[in-house]
Unconditional design. Structure first.
Lengths: 294, 87
């Protein structure tokens, strides 16, 4: 007897550049969190059979727990809806990284402005990438990403944006009251950050503010210091800059080293020490721009 | 000993030094201008003493710092010594 698949699941399609990632949700009660997950990159959803292959799937099991499947295989043990959301948020980014591995991937944020071009904001976790990106977005800049920037080796001065929702740690919530009541907002505990994290859709904050790509014009290396009395913007040398930039490259290669060296040779690089990310709005006047924007 | 730059390392110039990258190991080194100058003399023809004499004509560099830099580069396999290079 021929097998008949029933339409009982929902398929979510996310896209970044030329890559697509699919999430299948096998229970209607899980549709709201699915719609909030990476909503900035969500390009559509449709009904599908329960056996439709997907990169990621959420299937309810017993006791209110949900099993995540990664490319058809169970991924870790069943977990709560909150944990499923948080883990899937990371898994989606990882899946995109695997799909886009023909490009240089930099753990960095970036914003752009028609008059200035793009500022690459690079630093380790907790340096303030997301909060600086938000600060500048609220001051009228467009966003390329708060987490991952891609570069084609053939065009090393052009930054490619990566759409996903921002993760704002609880310590920054009071600084950005605008994020407190947005569509698709979710809050959950992050064991990795040891803090509550608010997931927000930057497109809900400022529709149309995403920039798919922009020409690099300056590089900013943030450093958060709770004891910093005054924000400080200082121009730094290429070697110091490389020491911050290089660890943030996902796969080091001769091409990626050459790109970082080229950036250091051609663009002004500033370190921004701050205790309040909103100070970047005034400090940015001190940046020396590379006149390559046209 | 006549140290020589390991050809497995790519050399990318920077405004204030250079980057060295080993395609064999993925190792990346940031090199300041003084260390870069030292490397520029390590051609396998000059001894360590001769390199120091040459560099001392251009910059003031304590012998101890010079030897420390050479030693670090040998340890990191950026520089090959005569014995290793011939092996």
């Amino acid at each position: 007897m021929a097998h008949t698949s029933h339409v009982v699941s929902r398929l979510f399609r996310y896209s970044n550049l030329d890559a697509e990632v699919f999430l299948r949700v096998d229970d209607p009660s899980l549709l709201p969190p699915a719609r909030d997950l990476h909503s900035a990159a969500l390009d559509g959803e449709e009904d599908c059979p329960a056996d439709r292959p997907a990169d990621l799937a959420w299937t309810p099991v017993t006791d209110g727990l949900i099993q995540i499947s990664l490319r058809g295989e169970p991924w870790e043990a069943p977990m709560s809806e909150t944990d499923v959301f948080f883990q899937s948020e990371n898994l989606l980014t990882r899946l995109f990284c695997a799909e886009l591995d023909d490009r240089l991937q930099l753990h960095a944020a970036a914003v752009s402005h028609p008059d200035h071009g793009a500022i690459l904001i690079c630093g380790p976790s907790r340096a303030g990438k997301t909060s600086l990106t938000l600060s500048l977005m609220l001051a009228g800049w467009n966003w390329l990403s708060d987490e991952l920037i891609l570069i084609d080796e053939s065009a090393p001065l052009r930054l490619l944006g990566f759409r996903r929702n921002f993760n704002l740690k609880e310590s920054s919530w009071d600084l950005f009251p605008e994020t407190g009541d947005l569509p698709h907002r979710r809050e959950s505990w992050s064991g990795y950050h040891q803090a509550n994290v608010r997931f927000i859709d930057p497109e809900a904050l400022r529709p149309g503010a995403f920039a798919a790509s922009a020409s690099l014009s300056a590089i900013l290396l943030p450093e958060f210091r709770a004891d910093a009395r005054e924000p400080r913007l200082e121009r730094i040398g290429g070697i110091s800059a490389a020491q911050t930039l290089l660890p943030e490259i996902r796969a080091t290669s001769p091409a990626s080293i050459a790109i970082v060296a080229q950036w250091a040779r051609e663009f002004p690089i500033h370190r921004f020490t701050h205790s309040d990310p909103r100070d970047i709005r005034d400090a940015i006047a001190g940046i020396e721009w590379e006149n390559k924007v046209g | 000993m006549k140290p020589q730059l390991n050809e497995a390392f790519d050399w990318e110039p920077m405004p204030d030094g250079c980057l060295l990258f080993s395609q064999e190991t993925g190792q990346v080194l940031t090199v300041n201008p003084t260390a870069e100058l030292i490397l520029s003399f390590c051609d396998g023809e000059l001894t360590v003493d001769e390199i120091y004499d040459q560099i001392s004509q251009d910059i003031e560099l304590p012998r101890e710092s010079f030897e420390e830099t050479i030693g670090r580069f040998i340890e990191e396999k950026v520089l090959l010594t005569e014995t290793v290079a011939a092996a």
